[in-house]
Design a protein around this ligand. Structure first.
Ligand code: ZN
Length: 282
């Protein structure tokens, strides 16, 4: 899908075509009883976005008029469709204990994100869960999250480690990673400017040539979401090193911890970076 989705798992590779569990995707929830919909009214007017720390050449040249609202609208369509599918299959928010655990941990993180970024605080955030074993953890542009009980169970995540997963996804959204990726795609292949945005949404997840060009940015964004997510969760009160423990579990679960994936840095490099980020938090 559109690039709307961002995932944590390194176990998932974003292969051409579709990915079992990697970056982007789509979904949509009908506001179910347990759906957590955070909708902070416009707190303050427009504050400068917490500038994505890229600073790099990869994202600096923005060539399009594509904006966050357009990206969010596209992501909402995809998210809603995915959520509807899961609901129809009775796989949406269907593990009551897991769902309650995720909401309990997610809520303070979303509140922290709202304090950090008043603009993002106005988005209609949603956090859903599923027991679909094919899913992991994703975020669509605009704060649409889906977390799989299977991923959490497979790694036997503690609450702090689950907080790291959620904070990573929240960071992708807050940092407007999808928007930045589309903008990079337009810079790399300006011809997309003349085509419908929905086609670009599809291409970033299905056009292998374009995906290969975007892979370096994707890896950069993963590391950024790791760091920003860890910092966000720490501000919300989680012990930094307990958060970083998530990455140790990724290393332990990987058969090739020093090998990068298509869109994710190697688990070992993420673990090192997370420890360093935790060490730098006072
Ligand atoms: Zn990610």
């Amino acid at each position: 899908m559109a690039t709307p989705r961002r995932c944590v798992g390194m176990l998932l590779q974003r292969a051409a075509g579709r990915v079992a569990a990697d970056h982007r995707w789509r979904h949509r929830p009908a506001i179910t009883s347990r759906a957590l919909t955070v909708l902070f009214a416009a707190l303050l007017a427009f504050l400068p976005l917490a500038a994505p720390a890229f600073g790099g050449t990869l994202t600096s040249a923005l060539t399009s008029t594509l904006d966050q609202q357009q990206v969010m609208a596209g992501a909402a369509v995809l998210y809603n469709a995915r959520i509807a599918d899961l609901r129809a299959a009775r796989l949406l928010d269907n593990d009551a204990d897991f769902h309650a655990r995720v909401q309990r941990i997610a809520q303070p993180l979303l509140a922290q994100a709202a304090r950090d970024d008043p603009d993002a605080a106005t988005w209609p955030w949603e956090v859903h869960t599923t027991t679909d074993p094919e899913e992991h953890a994703y975020a669509f542009a605009g704060g649409k999250l889906l977390v799989s009980a299977a991923h959490v169970a497979a790694l036997q995540l503690s609450d702090a480690e689950l907080a790291m997963v959620l904070a990573h996804e929240i960071a992708h959204a807050v940092l407007r990673h999808n928007l930045l990726e589309y903008q990079e795609a337009l810079r790399l292949e300006p011809a997309w400017q003349a085509r419908p945005f929905a086609q670009l949404e599809y291409a970033v997840d299905h056009d292998s040539a374009l995906m290969a060009k975007l892979a370096p940015l994707g890896k950069q964004q993963e590391l950024e979401a790791d760091r920003a997510g860890l910092q966000l969760a720490a501000r919300a009160g989680w012990p930094p090193h307990a958060l970083a423990g998530y990455f140790r579990k990724l290393v332990q679960a990987s058969s090739a911890p020093n090998t990068s994936g298509f869109a994710h840095p190697s688990p070992a490099s993420r673990w090192r970076a997370a420890r360093e980020a935790a060490n730098n938090i006072r």
